[in-house]
Each structure stands twice: as C-alpha cells, then as structure tokens.
Design a protein around this ligand. Structure first.
Ligand SMILES: Nc1nc2c(ncn2[C@@H]2O[C@H](COP(=O)(O)OP(=O)(O)OP(=O)(O)O)[C@@H](O)[C@H]2O)c(=O)[nH]1
Ligand SMILES: [Mg+2]
Length: 381
C-alpha cells in the first residue's frame, strides 16, 4: 500500500509521478504494490500524516485485501510511524526507510556496507523515542510493562556508540581509498553521474569495453568502478558511481560522501539523462541539486541524453512522417544545445547510436583538460 500527499509544495501530477517511482522502488526491494492512496491536505497531519478519515479508509482496504506493508512517500517522524501502525495494524515505513533497505541489500564492499549501516543508525536515532511505549501497547497484558526513560536513554547510548564506531571504521576505509586514488597520478578523471536507472553502467561498459553490472532496477550500482580508457592514445580514468534519486535521505548522502569523492574529485562530469522518462527534466534538477550539495556543480559537465530509442518509441506515432520526426528531434536537440551551451549529445546506449560522436566529444574534452593542466606535455601514457 503506497500513500502520498498532495499539498502546497507538490501537485497532483507530481505525486502520481512520485508514487510510480515509489512503486518501482518497492518492486526493487521485493514488494508488490496493490494500491496507492493520495490525499489533498494543506500540510501533513502532525499525528498521523494523513487525516483520520483517510486512515480509516486505508485500514478498511488493507483488511479487505490482506495487505501487510504501508509505504509513505514522505519522511515520517517516529511518533507518526507509531500512530499510523497503531491505526492500520501493519508495518509502516517511509521512502527513506525503503531506500535504506535497498541500499542495505545491494551493498557489497566493506565501504558501502559501513556507509549504509551508518545511515540506518542515524535514521533510527531520532525515531527511538516512544518505541518502547509502542511495543508495550502492541504486547499488552501482564509481564509486558515497558521500560521507562532509562531504557530509552540506554538505547540511545548504544545507537550513538555504534554511530561513532562506524564513523571511525569509515574514516579508516576512506584513508585507504584516498591512497589508492593518489596512486592514479596524472590521469584526467571523468565521472558518470545521473539519476538512478538512466543507463550509466550500460554506458560505462560501452565506453570502457568492460562488463559493468546493469539492470532495470533502481540502484543497481552502489560502489564506484573505475577503468582506464584510451582513445587515440589519450588515456583517462572513467568512473561509474551510485545514482541519485529525489528525496534521497539526507543521512545517506552524508554517509556516501566518500563514494561520492570520486565525483567530487573528477575533472569532468558526464551527466547521463534518460530522455524517454516523462519526468526527465525534474530528474536533471535533482541531479544538479545533489551535485551542488556535494560541491561538484562547478565542473565542466557534458550532458548525455540516453535512451533515444525509447523516446522515439513513446513519442512518435507510427503515422508521423519521417520528416516531421526529424524536425521534432532537431527541435529537441537545438533546445538542449542552447541550454547546455553545446555540451550535449543524444545517444542510445543499448542500440549503440551516436556512440562514435560521444567518444569524439569526450576525447576532445579530455584533451582540452590535459592541455590546461599540463601545457608542456605531449604524451600521457
Ligand atoms: N531502451 C534503452 N534502454 C537502456 C538504454 N541504456 C540503458 N538502458 C537500460 O536501462 C536500465 C538501467 O541501466 P543501468 O546501466 O543499470 O542504469 P544505471 O544508471 O547504471 O542505474 P543505477 O546503477 O541503478 O543507478 C537497464 O535495463 C538498461 O538495459 C538505452 O539507450 N535504451
Ligand atoms: Mg549503475
């Protein structure tokens, strides 16, 4: 069961969009979405997020269909979770929780694992309050009298200790990673960035002629992969990294800072966009905002509009003239060329369209960057 709220800051269409994405996230985590509920409210209800009547409507539906998990699109407070769980009688989580869960399942390296665990504990800390009372209520009866404030304090202590332990461990891993990155010497570094599921890893495989895991699920990539690529005797390092998403839990960005170092330290970014997605402009906005947050927005950016094939499939009616189609494509390209200052390429990674042009453009950029940095060097390998 998915629940979204239409309010001052998010319109009906946006919420539908968000819920579609939330369903995709749920699917990635292994859940099946049965139904979505939305409500119009000026602002979220401080006790139960949605109104009382809506909650009853949801409860009735849940009982009738035997649903066992409710996912809210916006972040819930600890007491809201408790109140909603009390009212619905099923486990309730929010988008952040879901994303953390997916990250936890997908984390493979020690670094990613520690980063996710850290984010999970940070998410948990402010939500501990009231948890014991809640358990007490769920249990009820003799022998289940819940612990008092001291126990809650003990829990907070434990979680805080765990957080500082994980921070220390992360700092050690970061130190090793930094040494590794330093060994990469004089190479120009290029990083693929973009919203999740836009085709970064597919493109990485294509550009570096290696095999990088890609699939039609969100957050297929959590760890950074870096490969050395050589075009016309000009070598550079290409990195593929974790994708961004809207409403990314703040703690997750925090704790993934070291994974994102690859992006922060890059000389040039390739911003991959899924042009076939109805909300691709929104997604670009989210990526730009996240780049700003991590202090990587001022770098040279080449925008790669991917999935041209899907775009054509979705936009072009079979009865459209080829000429009209070409015209529409030109308009789209012109528009983005103007916005990105001629720093954009339209491609299809899976159909390998325009890949030569893309290689050409990247090579050009990389050569410029070498020129800038080492004006007297002529060979870099
Ligand atoms: N139709 C079409 N599908 C594509 C294209 N490029 C990638 N895909 C598909 O899009 C899905 C996601 O691709 P990935 O390369 O895993 O995307 P990503 O950006 O690395 O995603 P995350 O690592 O999950 O953030 C896969 O199913 C790809 O096969 C394309 O040009 N056209
Ligand atoms: Mg990927």
């Amino acid at each position: 069961m998915l629940v979204g709220l239409v309010h001052n800051l998010q319109t009906e269409t946006q919420v539908q969009e968000y819920l579609t994405e939330l369903a995709f996230l749920a699917e990635t985590a292994g859940a099946v979405t049965v139904k979505s509920f939305t409500q119009k409210l000026q602002k979220p209800d401080s006790r139960t997020f949605v109104g009382k009547g809506k909650l009853e409507e949801i409860r009735d539906y849940i009982r009738a269909k035997g649903i066992n998990l409710a996912i809210f699109d916006d972040e819930l407070t600890g007491s809201q979770i408790i109140n909603i769980e009390d009212a619905l009688g099923i486990k309730t989580i929010d988008r952040s929780d879901l994303i953390l869960d997916i990250f936890a399942r997908r984390a493979k390296t020690a670094q990613a694992k520690v980063q996710v665990e850290l984010a999970q504990y940070q998410y948990l800390l402010p939500r501990l309050k009231g948890m014991w009372k809640h358990l007490e209520r769920l249990g009820g009866g003799i022998g289940t009298r819940g612990p008092g404030e001291t126990e809650i304090e003990t829990d907070r202590r434990i979680v805080k200790d765990k957080i500082s332990l994980l921070r220390k461990r992360l700092a050690e891993i970061d130190k090793q990673a930094l040494t590794q990155r330093k060994e990469r010497g004089t190479y120009i570094r290029v990083a693929l960035v973009g919203y999740t599921n836009v085709g970064k890893s597919t493109l990485m495989s294509l550009l570096s002629k290696s095999d990088v895991f890609a699939e039609n699920k969100l957050f297929a990539t959590l760890d950074t992969t870096t490969r050395k690529v050589v075009y016309e005797q000009t070598p550079f390092l290409l990195s593929d990294t974790v994708g961004f998403i809207r409403k990314l839990p703040h703690h997750l960005v925090e704790s993934f800072k070291s994974t994102l170092d690859e992006v922060r330290e890059a000389d040039c970014l390739l911003h991959v966009v899924d042009i076939s997605h109805p909300a691709y402009e929104d997604q670009m906005g989210v990526v730009n905002k996240t780049l700003q947050e991590i202090g990587a927005f001022e770098k040279p950016i080449l925008t790669i509009f991917n999935k041209m094939d899907l775009y054509e499939q979705k936009v072009f009616d079979p009865w459209l003239d080829d000429e009209v189609k070409q015209d529409l494509l030109h308009q789209l390209k012109d528009r983005w060329e103007a916005i990105t200052n001629n720093s954009s390429v339209f491609i299809s990674a899976t159909e390998r369209r325009n890949i030569d042009q893309l290689r050409e453009t990247i090579l050009h950029k990389v050569k410029d960057l070498y020129q800038e940095r080492y004006p007297y060097l002529t060979k870099f390998y």
